[in-house]
Design a protein around this ligand. Structure first.
Ligand SMILES: [Zn+2]
Length: 163
């Protein structure tokens, strides 16, 4: 049973802890001054909060499942149409195929998607996507790590906290 608010609340608390550690490390000179601590903090918060609810993508009645059911085919249509310049009909067809794959291939609740391996996989995918958009290795790897961390917070809460 998905508990979006509870998972996002725990993600916000975890992300604030990470930002405090980041600012502390920066103030102590552990992080070199060339790094943009504001950008790292912002991406860290967004990724941890996203990761803290992402595992419930495998729950068909969870809001995050429904959001990604629109986002994934939409992204495929955009990539096909804008980047690959495939024409509107072929791009829409790709979106429909993506929707069918997303709906039919999603494992049942609390199977593979609710594992640490999946958290590392999603973190890696996010790092690769962000690197292709922003080109910053540090920001991409940091964001991927933060997404995986938020993911692990969700798994820990599912396992040890009764909500
Ligand atoms: Zn869960």
């Amino acid at each position: 049973m998905p508990y979006m608010k509870e998972h996002i609340d725990s993600g916000i608390i975890a992300s604030l802890g990470v930002v405090l550690l980041l600012v502390f490390a920066y103030s102590r000179g552990i992080i070199p001054t060339g790094y943009d601590v504001f950008a790292l903090s912002l991406f860290g918060v967004i990724m941890i909060v996203l990761g803290s609810d992402l595992p419930d993508i495998d729950s068909r009645n969870a809001p995050i499942h429904k959001i990604f059911q629109i986002l994934v085919p939409g992204a495929i249509v955009l990539i096909s149409f804008v980047m690959l310049k495939l024409g509107i009909m072929l791009s829409l067809a790709h979106g429909i195929v993506a929707l069918v794959f997303y709906t039919k291939l999603m494992p049942s609740h609390r199977q593979f998607v609710h594992t640490m391996r999946a958290g590392l996989l999603f973190g890696g995918v996010v790092a690769i996507l962000l690197h292709s958009v922003f080109g910053s290795f540090v920001l991409s790897v940091w964001s991927g790590l933060c997404l995986s961390f938020g993911y692990f917070v969700h798994l820990a809460k599912d396992r040890w906290v009764r909500i």
